[in-house]
Design a protein around this ligand. Structure first.
Ligand code: MSP
Length: 537
């Protein structure tokens, strides 16, 4: 199990990966969902002061990409280059994804290492030559078992179709190389048993355990009927099966067989984030490959549910035409990053609706959070000319706010940082935002301001200081989720001059009361969540 990162920069990195995405098409909301989740998770750990490595990339070999390129009249490499440069990298930039590396499986740093890994397995007698005939889904890039198929209807009547892609499978007959996966069942089961957190959530873990208990078949790891892949080093008529090639990105990108120091401090991953459609590849095949090489296993395979449209997994064929950019241009990038993690319990399926997004934006972001920030800044401006006043220690009401912040920090840190319960962590922070709103409503500073006695003035100062200091904590806690908004708030509190850069504030300290000193310059600043325009037609 991988160690978590540590303060000292020489230590191990907290290493998180996304799936590497197929470049047959541009990214959609579903891909962005996993990538944003990983970004929030890794930003959270950076905010704790840990050394972090966040990896994403693209899966560029295999029949699916080859056919798409052919259909578009270009080579697979040209197609992949175009999609990566024009669609994938720009979307991640746009969504403020702070990945440390971007691996492409057509890069030499990857293909050379893949060949070495597979050659090594061959030399160790983990791979043998055999024949196979069976149904193959090009969408999944996977041989299917007969029991996993559905009967086609309509245009596909009398055909067997893939349960995920709803398209006919093809019967393939090939001479292939096989990895002795069947030998790893007992070792895998022992690992699942000894490491209950290895597969998350529980439902995913149960699915994998049941599948492995039924007995594993050896895995075909080469293809010989097409050539868009990494050649099998000892038999170049074959290319390495795209999933073996793809899974290895998690090792090749961090220096496997190339940079021992980097590999040592990074590998294995603490968390592989995957959609539940690709769980078995990550929870069965990948660990078996590592066991065969004597390499350590990852800490956790976390499966996220599907974003659904009309009861089906959102995919390029049923997208209803909504791109991530259509949402960010309306709601903004930060609200987009927040919404899916807030609205859907990680691990469960969830449906997206424009109406739900609008309603939550208005009530939770604009009314609860945005208004709190602007009210506090406006009152410090009005009553103190924008200089944060000195506070007294306050009373019971102030103590409740302090306790509320400490609780929000502890809960959010556990839920987001450890349990990958993004929804629970975000809710803990927003419950605190509500609490601070309630505090202001009860304290009625606009009335207290009319009391010009020393006591009245001290009370007013305490209320506004308490609210501003609470917002200091909120800015830090929400920085991993909504970095642009947190920066605006940080600027508006004048916190930078007193406390330094927002990125340098530690989660562990966020609940320490009284960090923001009196005397900072509080300004009204930019509106955090502007009123939404009409929904575009
Ligand atoms: N190339 C493989 C992964 C190889 S990893 C070694 C692949 N690529 S993919 O482009 O199909 O992307 C799959 C991933 O995108 C899913 O596992 C999931 O993380 C994300 N999603 C794609 N559609 C999704 C939804 N509708 N909902 C949620 N996530 C989805 O499989």
């Amino acid at each position: 199990m991988a160690a978590t990162g540590s303060e000292e920069q020489g230590g191990r990195a907290y290493y998180v990966t996304t799936p590497i995405y197929y470049v047959n098409d541009a990214p959609h909301l579903g891909h962005a969902y996993t990538t944003v989740a990983g970004d929030v998770l890794t930003r959270w750990h950076r905010q704790r002061g840990e050394k972090v490595w966040y990896l994403t990339g693209t899966d560029e070999h295999g029949q699916k990409i080859m056919r798409t390129a052919e259909a578009n009249g270009v080579t697979p490499q040209e197609w992949a280059d175009k999609l990566v440069d024009e669609a994938w990298r720009p979307l991640w930039d746009h969504l403020n994804i702070k990945n440390d590396d971007f691996i492409r499986t057509t890069e030499k740093r990857h293909t050379d290492r893949v060949q070495e890994f597979v050659q090594d397995l061959f030399d160790k007698d983990e791979i043998y030559k055999g024949g196979y005939e069976g149904p193959y889904c090009v969408g999944c890039e996977e041989y299917k078992l007969p029991g996993e198929l559905l009967d086609g209807e309509g245009e596909f009547a009398d055909l067997k179709i893939c349960a995920i892609h709803k398209t006919p499978v093809e019967i393939l007959k090939e001479e292939n190389y096989f990895f002795k996966l069947s030998e790893y069942g007992p070792k895998l089961l022992a690992h699942y048993e000894a490491n209950p957190g290895f597969i998350q959530p529980e439902s995913a873990r149960n699915e994998v355990v049941n599948f492995v208990k039924q007995g594993l078949q050896d895995l075909s790891i080469s293809r010989s009927t097409f050539d868009w892949g990494v050649p099998v080093p000892w038999d170049e008529k074959h290319v390495i099966y795209v999933w073996i090639d793809a899974l290895l990105n998690y090792a090749t990108a961090v220096g496997y067989n190339e940079n021992p120091a980097k590999f040592e401090e990074t590998f294995p991953a603490d968390v592989h984030l995957v959609g539940k459609d690709i769980l078995r590849f990550h929870a069965i095949i990948w660990p078996a490959m590592l066991l065969a090489q004597g390499l350590p296993l990852p800490g956790k395979i976390a499966a996220n549910g599907w974003l659904m449209v009309g009861g089906e997994k959102m995919s390029k064929s049923n997208l209803t035409g909504i791109k991530p950019q259509d949402l960010t241009s309306h709601f903004g990038v930060d609200a987009y990053r927040w919404y899916f993690l807030r609205a859907i319990s990680f691990g469960q399926d969830g449906s997206f609706s424009w109406e739900d997004f609008s309603a939550r934006y208005t009530s939770e972001l604009a009314n609860d959070y945005g208004n709190l920030a602007s009210r506090v800044a406006a009152m410090v401006g009005k009553y103190y000319g924008g200089t944060l006043p000195e506070t007294t220690s306050g009373g019971v009401a102030e103590q409740a706010v302090r306790d509320g912040l400490a609780k929000a920090v502890t809960e959010a840190d556990r839920k987001i940082g450890e349990e990958l319960d993004f929804q629970g962590g975000i809710l803990a922070i927003f419950d605190f935002v509500k609490q601070v709103n309630g505090y202001i409503t009860e304290q009625e500073p606009w009335k207290v301001a009319k009391d010009t006695s020393p006591d009245g003035q001290a009370a007013l100062a305490t209320i506004l200081y308490t609210a501003a200091e609470a917002l200091r904590g909120v800015a830090v806690l929400l920085n991993p989720v909504m970095p642009e908004t947190s920066q605006k708030l940080w600027d508006s509190l004048g916190a930078d001059a007193a406390l330094g850069a927002l990125a340098d504030q530690r989660i562990q300290d966020a609940g320490t009361w009284g960090l923001l000193p009196a005397g900072t310059t509080v300004t009204k600043g930019a509106v955090l969540f502007p009123r939404l325009e009409e929904k575009p037609a």
